[in-house]
Design a protein around this ligand. Structure first.
Ligand code: AMP
Ligand code: MG
Length: 177
């Protein structure tokens, strides 16, 4: 393939898990498009999404992600946001959807079902958390631990979609050999 599309989602959440996994909703899509040959970022995308099941963000969620209530209040809904995201990534043909773990893929599937829209990707997905562990000979770990393992500083804010996606992009030379 020509590109790696690295996606990191942030979602509604709470400390006490009162928002159960099946009720979590995407509030941010952060993504970077990586050239598969140079492994450099060629484009970036970020959008906030207004959640419908739990429209008021918990203090825990705002602290974890740095996403504000205004960010989601002023945001568009999932269906429109997904269409905008699709328009952006459709400029690139032949990419592989990558994310840190399987969470992001399953959250997309869940939100698509909730809003009655088609899942926008093929079945193919690369779990780069697993791939990093395999290539580096370590146990599957968090993004912050992975960056530290290869002596890279975490740039931006961890648990912010766009920053997580950029940091994963910086790990690609340590994942794809
Ligand atoms: P991440 O990509 O690691 O920033 O996590 C994606 C989403 O998973 C976050 O936006 C939260 O909804 C949820 N999440 C991550 N870490 C936690 C945690 N420690 N407790 C509850 N939810 C979490
Ligand atoms: Mg994240």
């Amino acid at each position: 393939m020509k590109y790696y599309l690295i996606i990191d989602l942030e979602a509604t959440c709470c400390k006490e898990r009162t928002i159960t996994r099946d009720k979590m909703e995407i509030i941010e899509i952060g993504a970077v498009m990586i050239d598969a040959v140079t492994l450099k970022i060629v484009d970036e995308y970020e959008i906030f999404i207004k959640p419908i099941l739990n429209p008021t963000l918990t203090t825990f969620c705002k602290t974890l992600t740095t996403i504000t209530q205004d960010d989601v209040d002023e945001a568009i809904g999932y269906k429109e946001a997904l269409a905008d995201f699709k328009k952006w990534f459709s400029q690139y043909d032949d990419f592989l959807f990558c994310s840190w773990g399987d969470y992001d893929k399953s959250q997309f599937l869940q939100d698509c079902k909730l809003h009655g829209v088609e899942y926008p990707f093929s079945d193919e997905h690369l779990n780069i958390k697993k791939e990093f562990a395999k290539v580096q000979g370590v146990k599957p770990c968090g993004l912050d631990t992975a960056l530290a393992h290869v002596n890279l500083e975490l740039v931006g804010t961890h648990h912010r979609g766009i920053d997580d996606a950029r940091n994963m992009g910086r790990l690609m030379p340590f994942i794809v050999k």
